[in-house]
Design a protein. Structure first.
Length: 172
């Protein structure tokens, strides 16, 4: 609830406006480990163009989101969520999201890797008819089809690995 004071013709008008947020957070899947929580929201006038995933084939080291700002015609990178020290040991994969398309499904698994439990072990992204899968499919599965909305962001925990991942969805 927001309260607004309006000054109009020598009179104060006091009113309340209730804004209903139609954004929904779904998840997060995985564990609560890592060194901190994070949230990435696609900035205004920006469309999500790429997702970069770093994996060693058994777990997800990190994830980064790249948007295209339609006002400046420039790419805008999010922070790297996870550990960039693992980049030498892993392979970076890029999920392309062409203009006019969107992510329709996000799925994956979380489980144990080495001595860590409940970290993201695999991720899959569906864009149109293309399905891109990364990591090792071990552990508990999760899947989020996005039929009546659009993904506006992500959130989770990370440290040396991607510990958890959730999705922010808005209506079309």
């Amino acid at each position: 609830m927001y309260h607004i004071n309006i000054y109009f013709e020598n009179t104060y008008i006091y009113t309340s406006i209730k804004f209903i947020m139609s954004v929904v957070r779904v998840g997060a899947w995985g564990g609560s480990g890592g060194t901190g929580q994070w949230t990435y929201l696609v900035p205004a006038s920006t469309r999500l163009q790429q997702i970069q995933v770093v994996t060693n084939g058994r777990c997800i080291y990190s994830i980064q989101f790249i948007g295209f700002n339609q006002q400046t015609n420039r790419l805008v990178n999010s922070e790297l969520y996870g550990n960039d020290a693992n980049l030498d040991d892993g392979t970076t994969y890029t999920v392309e999201i062409p203009n006019g398309q969107h992510l329709s499904t996000i799925s994956g698994t979380f489980g144990t890797y080495q001595d860590l439990s409940n970290i993201i072990t695999s991720l899959s992204f569906r864009v149109g008819r293309n399905l891109m899968e990364f990591g090792g499919k071990t552990g508990t599965t999760f899947s989020l089809p996005v039929n009546r909305g659009v993904i506006k962001g992500f959130f989770g925990n990370s440290g040396d690995y991607l510990d958890s991942l959730g999705v922010v969805i808005a209506p079309l």
